[in-house]
Design a protein around this ligand. Structure first.
Ligand SMILES: COc1cc(-c2ccc3ncc(-c4cccc([C@@H](O)NCCN(C)C)c4)n3n2)ccc1O
Length: 288
């Protein structure tokens, strides 16, 4: 029996229901295109995931990885996490119909601005933490947090959306013996050391992202992957006055609590949401 015959996903052609538009992005074995629902006229993003055709093939995503990403997306329901609306499958692709986010990647936003004011950074990071808190409460770790996987709904009152759950995992009993690699600049020491990963692995990435938002620099980036990994394992970073001269002690304390080698001593998402650098933002949002 072919994998499409038994699959729970819709087998009609995507094109029967959606007008498929321009490519807006791409990732591992996937392309993301803008689509318009023929019935409602509503715009969505469609992530076309190419399926591995043969077990020996190096191309295409494994079925269990596709089904894991879908299962995780179906379990999540939060304003700061991309929403999954529908799923199609044909011979070559599984296609996820997702909410469309039009403000681009946080990565580009930073690149255009070089650095952000602390109030902008805390507003972004507070939303990342809220989305992560929703995931971590369900013992789901993202494991590939980076500015490219944080989208903005618009450039003004930006609501952030976490995307790309391609290597996300349910964490059993607090940690997982899974081996994988996110993006070198953002991976935690335990990833490099092939030690158990956990929700704490996401928190290291939050520290790296916050450091970048405030300085425009990447704390551990070396001239090559090996050098970057060595800097990460040595937790070799500093708050160079040239880039952090106007950064508050609270912000530095927030980052220091995350860039901690021992996962058990690293700040959790709950610790971060109650950190004084973040808490005033949350209190203010609650007043609004
Ligand atoms: C759920 O997983 C994904 C969602 C999306 C997604 C969903 C809605 C949406 N609206 C706009 C966009 C968009 C706009 C510009 C670039 C990208 C993205 O492809 N770049 C992210 C790169 N990342 C996958 C490394 C995505 N997206 N992307 C992209 C990749 C994913 O793995």
């Amino acid at each position: 029996m072919s994998d499409t015959e038994s699959s729970p996903y819709r087998h009609e052609p995507v094109e029967d229901w959606y007008i498929v538009g321009e490519e807006i992005g791409s990732g591992h074995f996937a392309v993301v295109k803008k689509v318009v629902c023929k019935r409602s006229g509503t715009e969505f993003a469609a992530k076309f995931i190419r399926k591995k055709r043969a077990s020996t093939s190096r191309r295409g995503a494994r079925r269990e990885d596709i089904e894991r990403e879908i299962s995780i997306l179906q379990e999540l329901n939060h304003v700061n996490i991309i929403k999954l609306y529908d799923i199609f499958e044909d011979k070559q692709d599984v296609t996820l119909i997702l909410e469309l986010v039009s403000g681009g990647e946080l990565f580009d936003f930073i690149a255009e601005r070089d650095v952000l004011h602390e109030s902008e950074a805390t507003a972004f990071i507070a939303q990342v933490l809220e989305g992560l808190a929703h995931m971590h409460l369900k013992n789901i770790a993202h494991l590939d947090l980076k500015p490219e996987n944080i989208l903005l709904t618009n450039r003004a009152q930006a609501v952030i959306k976490l995307i790309d759950f391609g290597i996300s995992r349910k964490i059993e009993d607090g940690k997982n013996e899974i081996q994988m690699l996110g993006t070198p600049e953002f991976v935690a020491p335990e990833v490099i050391a092939y030690e158990p990963l956990g929700l704490y692995t996401d928190m290291w990435a939050v520290g790296v992202i916050t450091y970048i938002l405030l300085s425009g620099c990447s704390p551990f980036l070396g001239d090559n992957k090996q050098e970057t990994f060595a800097n990460i394992c040595a937790v070799d970073f500093s708050f160079d006055d040239e880039f952090f001269g106007n950064t508050s002690d609270l912000a530095k304390d927030f980052i220091r609590g995350l860039l901690v080698k021992h996962p058990g001593r690293r700040a959790s998402v709950t610790d971060c949401l109650s950190h004084p650098w973040i808490k005033p933002i949350n209190d203010r949002q609650k007043e609004e």
